[in-house]
Design a protein around this ligand. Structure first.
Ligand code: BG6
Length: 488
């Protein structure tokens, strides 16, 4: 695909990355920009200007990128010639955001008339300073865009502060709050599955659906990120954003168009309809967990408390399971079971829609469950599976569950772009649909905050689960109580 100036209305682009030597820039942003460039999705005159505290020049930065970022580009996509042209776009400005009086050094290298995208891949505590200094140095105009990387606060109050600070310099239509789950192919496909298929939509409601499960399981542990993670935990790191966004797409009403606000209005309604937790609900309907020593891959791995930089008295959870309700006409009394954790059996993200049983049992069940399920596998494989009942061959009329399996990886031969690549292209093209709006972010915190506070009030300690398992026993009990089980 070649970049279309007319369509996208950006001819000169300066992509300015704060945190330009950081982990995210090296692992995700630079590789995503390379891929976008490779496929002709960046304006030819693009410049990528990274900033960081390291006092290095452009050549040293390019060498740094070669060393730390290049290996994150899949071999089959790597092309020496393209890479050489790509690195000519790179620039570097050494900038200590807090200490420097202004961003004039940045203003001197950013081109007049360029559309400026500021990617804030720094601690959110720097967002206010960055926005103030960008504005003071004349770098912000009506065509500028700012991309905010998570975590967007640690609670509602801090999220409001960030939104206020950024909002005082940028209009809401210039602000791109990233939740990279919204850039995943299968997450975007969920909308098509729901609203592009007339056979599913009539079934998509409480009268036909008995429960919904959303699981985002990770095999990795906290790795080297404990410094950040211990202050967050699974609730803030995963549930507040990724899982709630998935829930919104499953539960929302059909938007009137794909216009960013039309879609975000519907997601907001879901967030506002989430039933608030009282203390008794928290004790009954949520499970916090924390991994202990166990197995990861095929080797022994340490427990969370033994990981580097985790305080000995940490009470942070690495796992959350919960039962939530969306109090709307469509979803009345349907439990939404959410589950996420680190160091689980394997990486597996899926949504399971469990349909109600037929009103009358005519046939004998042979084995296992008798309900129909739609299983949407998000990662690592992308698949849509429909579990239906079929007659077991033989003279009897016994039935058994079988699966219709649509493997999306083999159904489409086209390349599937990584989430960051897709989202960065959206930013360049000015498409806000797959980014969180301010009110969405705040509504998510409004729902999450009382749960975290409730855990503190109840002195709810994380339950132990061994690394390499599906989480603490209480998580299974949560579903068993309602007659359900996690679909692994
Ligand atoms: C990030 C979290 O937002 O998402 C990480 O901060 C987590 O803790 C990651 O590992 C998971 O993303 P993905 O795309 O690998 O499922």
């Amino acid at each position: 695909m070649t970049f279309s100036k007319a369509q996208d209305n950006v001819d000169v682009l300066d992509m300015i990355i704060f945190g330009g030597t950081g982990d995210l820039a090296m692992r995700k942003l630079i590789p995503a920009l390379y891929m976008a460039f490779l496929h002709g999705n960046l304006p030819p005159s693009t410049r990528i200007i990274s900033t960081g505290r390291q006092e290095i020049d452009r050549e040293a930065y390019v060498a740094y990128v070669e060393l730390h970022s290049r290996s994150f580009i899949a071999q089959e996509n790597f092309n020496d010639k393209t890479w050489d042209s790509f690195v000519t776009m790179l620039g570097y400005v050494s900038l200590d955001v807090k200490a420097t009086p202004d961003f004039d050094p940045l203003a001197r290298v950013s081109r007049q008339g360029a559309v400026r995208v500021f990617y804030l891949s720094t601690a959110p505590s720097l967002f206010t300073t960055i926005c103030t200094k960008l504005s003071a140095s004349g770098l912000v105009d009506s065509r500028s865009r700012v991309v905010l990387e998570k975590p967007l606060g640690i609670d509602l109050r801090s999220a409001i502060e960030i939104n206020e600070a950024v909002g005082s310099r940028f209009a809401e239509s210039q602000i791109y709050r990233i939740d990279h789950y919204l850039g995943k192919e299968t997450v975007q496909n969920l909308m098509v599955l729901r609203f592009g298929n007339s056979i599913l939509e009539p079934l998509w409601r409480a009268s036909n659906i008995s429960s919904v499960q959303i699981t985002v399981a990770e095999e990795v542990g906290v790795g080297s990120r404990a410094g950040f993670y211990d202050g967050a935990g699974a609730m803030r790191d995963m549930v507040q954003n990724h899982l709630l966004q998935l829930l919104c797409i499953v539960a929302m009403e059909p938007p009137t168009s794909l216009n960013a606000d039309a879609v975000r209005d519907e997601k907001l309604k879901v967030l506002r309809a989430l039933r608030r937790f009282k203390l008794a609900d928290i004790a009954r309907d949520t499970v916090r967990g924390r991994y202990t020593r166990g197995v990861g891959g095929s080797k022994e791995v340490p427990g969370y408390l033994e990981e580097r930089d985790v305080p000995v008295d940490s009470s942070t959870e690495t796992f959350v399971a919960m039962r939530a309700f969306v109090d709307t006409w469509r979803w009345s009394r349907v439990p939404f079971y959410l589950r996420t954790g680190k160091r689980m059996v394997r990486r597996s993200s899926k949504i399971v829609i469990e349909f109600t049983n037929p009103p009358f049992q005519l046939f004998h069940q042979c084995s296992g469950s008798i309900s129909n399920r739609l299983v949407i596998e998000l990662q690592p494989e992308e698949a849509i599976k429909l579990q239906i009942m079929a007659k077991q061959p033989g003279s009897g009329m016994e039935m058994q569950q079988v699966t219709l399996n649509l493997d999306l990886g083999s159904a489409f031969q086209q390349r599937r772009a990584e989430a960051y690549e897709r989202l960065l292209i959206d930013v360049v093209r000015g498409r806000l649909t797959h980014f969180m709006r301010r009110d969405e972010l705040e509504a998510a915190w409004e729902w999450v905050d009382p749960i975290i506070e409730g855990w503190q009030q109840l002195n709810e300690k994380p339950r132990a689960y061994a690394a390499g398992t599906w989480g603490p026993a209480e998580s299974f009990a949560l579903l068993a109580r309602d007659g359900f089980a996690w679909v692994e």
